[in-house]
Design a protein around this ligand. Structure first.
Ligand SMILES: *Cc1c(COP(=O)(O)O)cnc(C)c1O
Length: 339
């Protein structure tokens, strides 16, 4: 038995999801003729109390489209130094939109409104790039699944508004934050100009992300998606998986969070573990003691069929997900205790 905990993207569609996909009514979505894609988009827009939504092949493309539609080449966007939009999208902000990233030195992937304020002042100086966009990420990926304080997000919105900045949320794992903190999609819809959501992470769909925002922004995003080569034809088979995930695989995220916390507790009690980062959702980041090589540690676990991933700088990451069963959980905890 392989216990694959490298990411929550490794899951395959459940039986119920496959049935929903196989029976989906589809059409050519490039001609806006796929009823299931339209249904997913309407469902998402309604859920977040926003005007419109657009289905994308990946979270990266949804984020990149958002950056493109909010900016002009030469503009500047603000994000945390650990942000996915800066670190893990192949330099897309610069390549696709010609945008300079101004990195904020936050904590676990999260910065404060005051930190942002420090950067946006002096906006009329012709030497500095035009400040146009602020991106936040909830939950934070490199920050170990940390959830933002909603009050801080509101304060950042105020700074954004006062300075004419668009406000984008990379909500790849937003549903993990909603479940963990008892928040609602509507709260987020009221705060942001655009939100991207991954259906293919903890929600368990095989492919797909959704960008949500105003009708006008989504009309622009449709053009950008076409330009990026992201127009899909009978995409309703994939949208059906997303709808199924939203209907059936959201509340169960609490189970992933519970298991992640239990893994963290066991790790904290192991003598070979130096530090475990705080665990709020389904991501566990920890460090082994200096006398142990993290790669050796991971390699030895791999020999037992347990797959973890390195995040660099000595960080080892575990991500729980819907294929990680109670039986696997018991086995992992045993192996960690006796390592
Ligand atoms: C996974 C992820 C994305 C998008 O990734 P894709 O693999 O392109 O779907 C964006 N932001 C964050 C924080 C992520 O974790």
């Amino acid at each position: 038995m392989t216990i694959n905990l490298i990411s929550d993207t490794v899951t395959k569609p459940t039986k119920g999801m496959l049935d929903a996909m196989m029976t989906a009514e589809v059409g050519d979505d490039v001609f806006n003729a796929d009823p299931t894609v339209n249904l997913l988009q309407e469902k998402m827009a309604e859920m977040f109390h926003m005007e419109a939504a657009l289905f994308f092949p990946s979270g990266t493309m949804a984020n990149q489209a958002a950056i493109k539609l909010h900016t002009q080449p030469g503009d500047r966007m603000f994000c945390d130094k650990w942000a996915h939009v800066y670190n893990y999208e192949g330099g897309g902000a610069a390549f696709n939109a010609g945008v300079t990233s101004c990195l904020i030195d936050g904590n676990r992937g999260m910065f404060t409104a005051d930190q942002l304020k420090g950067f946006v002042s002096g906006r009329n100086d012709i030497h500095t790039p035009y400040s146009r966009l602020v991106c936040v990420e909830n939950t934070t990926n490199k920050g170990g699944g940390a959830c933002w304080d909603f009050e801080e997000l509101k304060k950042i919105q105020k700074v954004a508004k006062d300075n004419n900045l668009a406000y984008h949320l990379d909500g790849a794992r937003l549903f993990n934050a909603l479940v963990a903190k008892g928040e609602t999609p509507k709260q987020y819809g009221e705060l942001f100009d655009t939100i991207s959501i991954c259906l293919s992470k903890g929600l368990g769909a095989p492919v797909g992300s959704v960008l949500i925002g105003t009708k006008e922004h989504m009309e622009q995003a449709l053009r950008v998606r076409k330009l990026f080569g992201g127009g899909m034809r009978q995409a309703g088979f994939l949208a059906a998986a997303g709808i199924y995930a939203l209907d059936n695989q959201v509340t169960r995220l609490a189970e992933d969070h519970k298991k992640a916390k239990e893994i963290g507790e066991v790790l904290a009690s192991c003598s070979y573990v130096k530090k475990v980062e705080p665990i709020e959702t389904n991501i566990v980041i920890f460090y082994v003691e200096d006398n142990m090589n993290p790669d050796d540690f991971m390699h030895k676990l791999e020999e037992k069929g347990i797959l973890l991933i390195s995040m660099g700088e000595g960080k080892i990451r575990i991500v729980t997900h819907l294929e990680y069963t109670n039986e696997m959980h018991d086995q992992l905890l045993q192996e960690l205790k006796r390592f």
